[in-house]
Design a protein around this ligand. Structure first.
Ligand code: IPM
Ligand code: MG
Length: 355
């Protein structure tokens, strides 16, 4: 099993180190190779996604990714910004299916900003299309200057588009995921305003004819944003486009108390995948040893399950995480009175010990 380890920027290096530690105690035949990505790669090689890093990722069975980005790169020309590394990896590896579970752990109900009864037992799966939509629409309005602004320019534009095959394949992934859960799927669109999302809605409905056992409903994205905080448990599996999925998955993750707990998987049609925490690089707390490594550790579990065919090991890691939470160990983001505050490294060590 070949794993490309791409820690990236900010807290990325700290949290990925803990996940690697956890993977190493499983005793599986894994070959891990680390490479630079994002701002770190830009500093060293002048590009956020160097050829060598892309090659390593392409040749691996799975990529374990930390996070990229720092405000200090905000003035760089867009193709050189750290975020382009993750977008480039998604596009080049064809990682069109992004799974973002939002699960509320019993021990963390109090950490949510919502009332406990609204979120206890919450278990939503957001499936975000990841290689199309306005993120990758051609042509995109190009900047003229290199300082991150448009001096003298009067407009800028991006193009929202989806093709039938792009919608069909993500719809199939979503219906199949719903089939394995409660058999309910909500497709989120903006068909009342956007042609792209009328088309989305039509194609998802067509694909739905092949899944008569799954109950499909459609919801406008603004309403979905509202329902997520009003009655989140009405959702089970949600499928949506790249842009709406970006926004709704952040919203859903925070329902659970901490974005620091949530893993994600991005898969292509060969089940090759990139696994990363749902949160970002958090430059404000980087290097302080206080970041929560659990989202990355749980992402490693998803990697074992989806790309490496090691369900038993995935379950072991998930049980170990439950165990450390039950022991009352908390990083700063999920700390509450009566629990024990631990550092990033102590949390990783505790998971290793639980294993
Ligand atoms: C995410 C992030 C990325 C996105 C950024 C870093 C490019 O917000 O993975 O959700 O917008 O997709
Ligand atoms: Mg995002």
């Amino acid at each position: 099993m070949k794993i490309a380890v791409l820690p990236g920027d900010g807290i990325g290096t700290e949290i990925v180190a803990e996940a690697v530690k956890v993977l190493n105690v499983l005793g599986l035949p894994m070959e891990m190779e680390t490479a630079l990505v994002g701002g770190a790669a830009y500093e060293a090689h002048g590009h956020p996604l160097p050829e060598s890093t892309l090659k390593l990722a392409k040749e691996a069975d799975a990529v374990l990714f930390g996070a990229v980005g720092d405000w200090k790169y905000d003035t760089l020309d867009r193709p050189l910004r750290p975020e382009q590394a993750i977008l480039g990896l998604r596009k080049n590896l064809g990682l069109f299916a992004n799974f973002r579970p939002a699960i509320c752990y019993d021990q963390l109900v109090g950490a949510s900003s919502l009332k406990p009864e609204l979120i206890s037992g919450l278990d939503i799966l957001i499936i975000r299309e990841l290689t199309g939509d306005i993120y990758f629409g051609q042509p995109r309005g190009r900047r003229i200057a290199t300082d991150g602004h448009f001096p003298g320019a009067e407009e800028a534009f991006d193009t929202m588009r989806y093709s039938r095959p792009e919608i069909e394949r993500i719809a199939h992934v979503a219906f199949q995921a719903a089939r394995k859960r409660s058999k309910r799927l909500t497709s989120v669109d903006k068909a009342n305003v956007l042609e792209t999302f009328q088309f989305w809605k039509d194609v998802v409905s067509e694909v739905g004819l092949q899944y008569p056992d799954v109950e499909l409903d459609h919801m406008y994205v603004d309403n979905a944003a509202m329902q997520l905080v009003k009655a989140p448990k009405r959702f089970d599996v949600v499928v949506t486009g790249n842009m709406f999925g970006d926004i709704l998955s952040d919203e859903a993750s925070m329902l659970t108390g901490s974005i620091g707990m949530l893993p994600s998987a991005s898969l292509n049609s060969k089940n090759q995948g990139l696994y990363e925490p749902s949160h970002g690089s958090a430059p404000d707390i980087a290097g302080k040893g206080i970041a929560n490594p659990l989202a990355t550790i749980l992402s490693a579990a998803m990697m074992l399950r989806f790309s490496l065919n090691q369900e038993a090991s995935a379950l072991r890691i998930e049980a170990a995480v439950q165990k450390v939470l039950a022991q009352g160990l908390r990083t700063a983001d999920i700390y509450s009175e009566g629990t024990t505050r631990v550092s990033t490294r102590e949390m990783g060590d505790a998971v290793v010990k639980a294993l």
